[in-house]
Ligand binder design. Structure first.
Ligand code: SAH
Ligand code: SF4
Length: 343
């Protein structure tokens, strides 16, 4: 049995042709799956009975089961999905005014071992398939109020650039009018700074949002927080991001978690200013860090957050402060998986 969501529309048309079926039925099946939220071939009423049976013999639609969901008082819902090979995958839906954002994982675990992040703590297991990534979005849509999902961000577990092909294929299906029909500008890839991935992304012709997890503005500090910095150091990373923004004419967002006593002093803010001062299309998104008991880090105090932010504002860096969501349900990346694995 194969996961039908691993096929894009063109490939599925090919599969249908090979079965002796009309290719336009592939588009109808797409519509049932991604628009109407029907996952049982039996209920796809405009597909001939015999084809429905053949499809059910050859393909499955949903491979995960819902292990757990957690609701935050602010409306954020986190879900933990279980795969057939007994891995757990977490995804979050975050409603905010007119938007409903789905936060997706791209891998089971993560190789990169950033010291502040729960995702890497259980090590790396495997990449998620295209179908599995889409399935997270399907589950989130199903769990969202009025089944509405307007934005998607790859900020769950894993490094999307390390599972590039499956992530991009899933994004193309999410973006396509036959699929989830979510605009590319509403889909964000977040990376720890994998330079070859950013270079590849600049040639995809997709208007995606790119976020780079920066978290420190000097190589010395960044390498201790994010070992990946030793492979892709700051100068090259910022250069690549500038090239990316020149080529795509898109803004690049730099994520910066403020951790107490580590990267949140005025000197750190000055370093950040120096790093980005001549990067026209850069934006800094400051994030109050999530407290993860297993890790040594605590969030920076509110007054140092304010001093840090004010300095950047005065220095004319484009900066925002992200409101922390879902804190009461451990909504930060990897936290639910970690707690589940401990039980
Ligand atoms: N691997 C990619 C995608 C995962 S994104 C990346 O690193 O960008 C996960 C986001 O959550 C990243 O911006 C990461 O830095 C952030 N994050 C990890 N641990 C966190 C914590 N304890 N508090 C707040 N944000 C955290
Ligand atoms: Fe992996 Fe990103 Fe977490 Fe680093 S921050 S361990 S790259 S998921």
């Amino acid at each position: 049995m194969r996961d039908i969501k691993n096929f894009d529309l063109k490939e599925l048309e090919g599969e249908f042709l090979a079965l002796g079926a009309k290719p336009y039925h592939a588009r109808q099946v797409f519509s049932w799956l991604y628009k109407r939220g029907v996952w049982d071939f039996n209920y796809m009423s405009d597909i001939p009975q015999s084809l429905r049976k053949e499809l059910a013999d050859r393909f499955y639609v949903l491979g995960f089961r819902l292990l757990k969901h957690l609701d935050s008082q602010d409306g954020t819902r986190k879900i933990l999905l279980g795969s057939k090979d007994n891995n757990s995958i977490e995804a979050v839906v975050i409603p905010a005014k007119s938007r409903v954002t789905g936060c997706l994982s791209s891998q089971v675990g993560c190789k990169y071992g950033c010291s502040f992040c729960a995702s890497g703590m259980l090590g790396f297991k495997r990449d998620l398939t295209t179908g599995e990534i889409l399935e997270e979005a399907i589950y989130l849509k199903d769990n969202a109020l009025e089944n509405r999902l307007t934005h998607l961000v790859f900020m769950g577990t894993g490094e999307p650039m390390d599972n590039y092909d499956n992530v991009i294929k899933a994004i193309r299906i999410m973006n396509s009018s036959a699929g989830l029909n979510i605009g590319a500008r509403r889909i964000t890839i977040s990376t720890s700074g994998i330079i070859p991935g950013i270079e590849r992304l600049s040639s995809e012709g997709l208007q995606l949002e790119l976020s780079v997890s920066l978290h420190a503005a000097t190589d010395g500090l960044r390498s201790t927080l994010m070992p990946v910095n030793k492979v892709y150091p700051l100068r090259e990373l910022i250069y690549t991001c500038k090239e990316y923004s020149l080529k795509t004419r898109r803004q690049v967002t730099f994520e910066y978690i403020l951790i107490k006593g580590l990267n949140s002093s005025l000197r750190d803010a000055e370093d950040l200013f120096r790093l980005l001062k001549d990067f026209k299309l850069a934006k800094v998104n400051l994030i109050p860090s999530n407290y993860i008991p297993e890790l040594r880090f605590a969030p920076a105090a509110k007054d140092s957050v304010d001093i840090f932010k004010d300095y950047l504002v005065k220095s004319r860096i484009n900066v925002t402060l992200r409101k922390e969501r879902g804190e009461d349900i451990n909504a930060a990346c990897g936290q639910l998986r970690l707690n589940y694995a401990k039980n």
